[in-house]
Write a protein that binds this ligand. Structure first.
Ligand code: NAD
Length: 383
């Protein structure tokens, strides 16, 4: 089989789907050929000569798309970026496309692939089972985003994070509050803690409490019934409007004490829940900072503007997009390793590509195959 890695063309996308170490490992394990577009890794800090030394064949974009049986991307056209049509025009029948394609928000892309006789594997759908953990790009990228969110907050804040006793008086440590203690939130807690802040965190899932404590933060308890908060696979279930309203009331007081609020709450396939309303922002200290990691999905704060940093009611609200791309070297290293692990499952030693639908990972991840959308959940979304 021939695997192709084109350069990413989504605006602002600096990552690459495989790094040279993955190329070397895959070529060692399987009888395959690996085509990499020239300068595919450059924006992430990986040079053409490193890919070449790892055994890849460097070529132009058109050749990668025309020769490859399997095309690997970070952002496929399914992630709805401005240049998606350019890739769509190059993809051809019989090809396999593996990458991020926002399947739950953009189920129609699966139909589009099926109509074009392209097989699509959506990395967002890799199931949350132990065996698939090493293929889970959402966890990898969330970890990086959680770290970077804290640095963004620290950079926007008019205070230092650590406590300091100086000849000019004592500087109090910043109070940081993390909403949503999943992968991103826990990494944010740990990072803020390392910078010396006093960190508190909150999540609807009861299981998060222990995890918050384990990274040195204090869990915030609200008088709320969270019995139904745990969805499947460790994800949160969507909550009703009554719950969210009560949650916001109780949260207003908590937030008013904070210097920094980092929000990371997501519900797969749904718009992000609003956790911070305009009234809650009004109750915050002037100079406080909110970093909203859910900005791309509508935001956890009502006043977030995706891709912008705005100041409202004296509070700076940062709504970053594609945060992992700001850490492109490590993001690509993790993404590439996740991709390598998935490919090891799909390619035989002899170098043939096989989709074994008996395997849960394959069944959950394939959104289009042989002109069909075999994925039950996506078919449900398509109606
Ligand atoms: P996510 O990105 O979907 O959501 C982030 C967090 O927001 C979650 O913890 C969620 O509970 C929380 N949240 C949702 N609505 C909220 C609300 N109204 N108020 C407060 N918080 C809210 O989730 P994630 O970080 O990708 O993962 C969540 C969990 O799944 C973690 O505990 C993680 O350890 C687990 N996980 C397991 C595997 C595996 O077993 N293979 C892989 C990845 C993650």
């Amino acid at each position: 089989v021939i695997i192709g890695v084109p350069r990413e063309i989504a605006p602002g996308e600096t990552r690459v789907a495989l790094v040279p170490a993955n190329v070397a490992a895959l070529l060692k394990k399987h009888k395959i050929e690996l085509l990499v577009e020239r300068e595919a890794g450059l924006a992430a800090g990986y040079t053409d000569s490193e890919y070449q030394e790892a055994g890849a064949t460097l070529t132009d974009r058109a050749t990668v798309f025309s020769k490859a049986d399997v095309v690997l991307q970070v952002q496929t056209p399914g992630s709805n970026h401005a240049n998606g049509d350019q890739d769509m025009a190059l993809l051809r029948a019989g090809q396999v496309l593996i990458g991020m394609m926002d399947p739950l928000a953009n189920a129609k892309f699966a139909t589009k692939l099926a109509e074009t006789q392209i097989s699509g594997l959506a990395l967002e759908l890799v199931p949350r089972i132990t065996r698939a953990q090493a293929m889970d790009v959402l966890s990898s990228m969330a970890m990086l985003a959680g770290y970077k969110a804290v640095l963004m907050a620290a950079s926007e804040s008019n205070r230092m994070f650590p406590m300091n006793m100086t000849a000019a008086g004592t500087l109090n440590a910043s109070r940081v509050f993390v909403m949503g203690a999943g992968v991103a939130g826990l990494q944010a807690c740990a990072t803020a803690k390392r910078l010396g802040a006093v960190v508190e965190a909150y999540d609807v899932r009861a299981a998060a409490r222990e995890q918050i404590l384990s990274v040195g933060a204090k869990p915030v308890e609200l008088d709320l019934d969270t019995g139904t908060a745990e969805g499947s696979g460790g994800y949160a279930a969507a909550q009703g409007e009554d719950f969210l309203k009560r949650q916001r009331e109780l949260m207003t007081e908590v937030i008013a004490r904070m210097d920094v609020v980092i929000t990371t709450a997501a519900v797969p396939g749904a718009k992000s829940p609003i956790l911070v309303t305009e009234d809650m922002v009004k109750a915050m200290k002037p100079g406080a900072v909110i970093v909203d990691l859910a900005a791309e999905r509508g935001g956890n704060c009502e006043l977030t503007e995706a891709g912008q940093t705005v100041t409202k009611h004296g509070v700076t609200i940062v709504g970053p997009e594609n945060v992992p791309a700001t850490l492109a070297f490590h993001a690509s290293q993790m993404f590439g390793k996740n991709m390598e692990n998935l490919l090891n499952l799909l390619i035989t030693r002899e170098g043939t590509f096989e989709l074994d639908f008996e395997d849960e990972i394959v069944r959950e991840t394939v959104v289009a195959h042989q002109g069909d959308v075999p994925h039950a959940r996506l078919r449900g979304l398509l109606g």
